[in-house]
Design a protein around this ligand. Structure first.
Ligand code: MG
Length: 396
């Protein structure tokens, strides 16, 4: 029988070494919070019987907003977060205690700041836990290592060949590491910096398996820039899609444009809320994906979409991008109408579109023009919208 494997992602750190006000795991990196990249890579690698992110109690709102950026597969894999403690040890223990009911055979414990855990590394971790009970991935050192005293005087020169730089995910038999953490906590031992050290403290032999030098930890702003460059590089399949939509005016007292309700002396007719702007933007995303159009995903013949809030169309299209491991780089809409005036509502529309698409505000544009009185828009018979979307997909 194959082992039941659970996963704990430790994300409760305050990131003091990075010097930013926001903990590093929530800083934007290649279009989404850093933590999302780690969670998506882990979720893509294999299935887990339980998957728990341990967050700091002060980060609940940050974590909630990060969830909106996750691929649907990763969002489904991770349940409610566990709340961490003041030390790494306390945080891991909170994650372990949260998984007792799931009774895993093995657990992988990973740091959220390592955003490149490969599927091959995950499988090596599982195999090492099955074989050894307690194991950590390690990479050979390329630098020569010296041990120094307080004055910087070299007191020893350890043999580099026998040394390993240890990473995560570390891998354990679940009962072994749970008991080790409980005993350490009961003994008041709280300063151990990784879980292999906790297992060793509890008297277990711990082993090192082949790590992955590419699975670097983001610790400094330079690391963050390097990680972003690598992620952008991996999403090098850049695509631009276009969308176009028209809705006619009908009797009413408001229109929906860009997810914002705007008072007007007419309304727009349509099967849904007739938000011509969100429809054009959704089609631009479907176009970039080569994934049909809004009518194919949400047939007008389906009564479920009668009067629907059009935000569901745009968020669906953005989710389709994330489901492909991609990111939305840009959304741009041009409304064509004589009235209502768009300018006073532009910023509210941008903010709402950014929220629906789960992208940064500076990646959203809303513009407007009249058609100089010409054509149907000029005759105030309806509103047209042109849209463009840029997405980045993995280049594989
Ligand atoms: Mg439409």
């Amino acid at each position: 029988m194959s082992s039941r494997v659970s996963l704990i992602v430790v994300a409760a750190g305050r990131g003091a070494r990075l010097g930013a006000a926001t903990p590093k795991q929530y800083l934007a990196c290649a279009g989404k919070p850093l933590i999302c990249h780690a969670l998506e890579a882990l979720a893509a690698a294999r299935a887990y019987c339980a998957a728990t992110v341990v967050i700091h109690p002060d980060d609940r709102a940050r974590y909630e907003s990060a969830l909106a950026f996750l691929s649907p597969a990763a969002a489904a894999a991770f349940g409610s977060p566990a709340l961490g403690g003041d030390s790494r040890q306390q945080s891991v223990r909170a994650g372990l205690e949260a998984q007792c009911d799931a009774a895993p055979d093995l657990v992988l414990i990973h740091d959220a700041a390592r955003v490149f855990p490969s599927a091959a590394l995950i499988e090596r971790a599982v195999a090492a836990a099955e074989r050894f009970g307690a194991a950590a991935p390690g990479a050979p050192l390329s630098d020569t290592v010296k041990q120094v005293d307080g004055d910087g005087r070299v007191v020893a020169a350890p043999d580099r060949a026998a040394l390993r730089a240890v990473q995560t995910p570390q891998a354990f038999r679940f009962p072994l590491i749970l008991e080790a953490h409980r005993r350490a906590a009961a003994a008041g031992v709280d300063g151990l910096t990784d879980d292999a050290a906790v297992a060793a403290w509890a008297g277990h032999a711990t082993y090192v398996f082949d790590g992955d030098p590419a699975n670097v930890k983001v610790t400094t702003m330079d690391d963050l820039s390097a990680a972003e460059a690598r992620l952008i590089d991996a999403a090098a399949d850049v695509r631009v899609g276009q969308g176009f939509d028209v809705h006619a005016f009908a009797v009413g007292d408001h229109v929906w444009l860009g997810g914002v309700r705007i008072p007007h002396d007419r309304s727009l007719a349509g099967h849904s809320d007739a938000d011509v702007c969100l429809h054009a933007l959704a089609d631009a995303l479907y176009g970039a994906l080569g994934d049909g159009d809004i009518g194919a995903h949400f047939p007008p013949s389906d009564p479920r979409w009668r009067g629907a809030d059009s935000s569901i169309f745009l968020s669906h299209a953005a989710d389709r991008v994330r489901a492909r491991g991609g990111l939305v780089a840009h959304l741009d809409a041009t409304l064509i109408c004589e009235a209502p005036k768009i300018g006073p509502h532009r910023e509210a529309m941008r903010a709402r579109i950014a929220e629906i698409g789960a992208i940064a505000l500076d990646r959203v544009a809303v513009k407007a023009t009249t058609s100089e009185g010409l054509g149907f828009a000029g005759r105030r018979e309806g509103i047209a919208c042109l849209a463009a979307a840029t997405i980045r997909l993995p280049a594989r």
